[in-house]
Design a protein around this ligand. Sequence first.
Ligand code: PRT
Ligand code: ZN
Length: 286
Amino acid sequence: MENILRIAIQKSGRLSEDSLLLIRECGIQFNSGTGKLKSDSTNFPAELLFLRDDDIPGYVADGVADVGIVGENVTTETNRTVQTVQKLGFCKCRLSIAIPRAQDYRGVQDLRGRSIATSYPRILAGFLNHHQVEADIHEISGSVEIAPSIGLADAICDLVSSGSTLLSNGLKEVETIFRSEAELIAYPSLSEAKSRTLDQLLFRIRAVQAAKNSKYILLNAPNHSIEKIIRILPGIKSPTVVPLVMAGWSSLHSVINENDFWEIIEALREAGAEGILVVPIEKMIF
Ligand code: PRT
Ligand code: ZN
């Protein structure tokens, strides 16, 4: 069928679980089977392709897959022509330069003439060029963090999330050169039928993401406080106000942003709100 969207995701690794979870949260079901390379959806025009993450931008650029879920680090490093459609907010990490802990570091200039081991030669070269620093880029494909201790390089440039790998290898982070998260990329010239399927998928992804950033809030308040509380609670349009059986009291319902959560709760209590209930939202459609 011409509208079937082929979605490339990582077969096994850090991106796999969250990619599948997102697809499931979008209500798209697949016949799961381990070790398979391909899986058809039973309720949405889509097919999953399970690949190594490094291959995903290439498959999407060549149109073998229509869309893919991959880290921005991999998309940028492989430098293939794909369209970024949506950032996905998971698998966040940074690409950083690190040097042995005992060494002094005053700035990028200290990297001049040094050898730096990395699996990201393109992004690193871009950073060094930008700062007009000439250094020797030593491309290796794995276990980058041990390069300084075995005398292979003076510094490394690798992905960091918690920082514990650097720490346990006696390294310190001195420059962050790129920030990454998972993203949805697409073949730039999708057919009209496939574009429509992609729009449907995007609509669902955005509803799932909006819900994750929001909470539904219910509270009771004396009627004289309602006006003050409404100013604190924005709501999607405006809060719902329902009278309680107890005279002079109402219940207010609204949606708040996760990021402002505690500030809003404190302000609500000060304004006279009681019995505040906060519940997660599963989907949010605008
Ligand atoms: O087999 P395949 O090629 O598909 O997988 P892979 O081994 O190349 O990739 P994988 O599964 O390790 O990572 C997939 C993607 O996850 C990466 O491209 C990033 O976009 C993202 N990601 C997020 C990370 C990390 N966090 C991360 N911490 N990728 C790798 N790391 C490694 C890093 O290289 C270092 O070795 O974890 C170590 C550092 O972690 P901390 O927590 O000790 O700082
Ligand atoms: Zn990989």
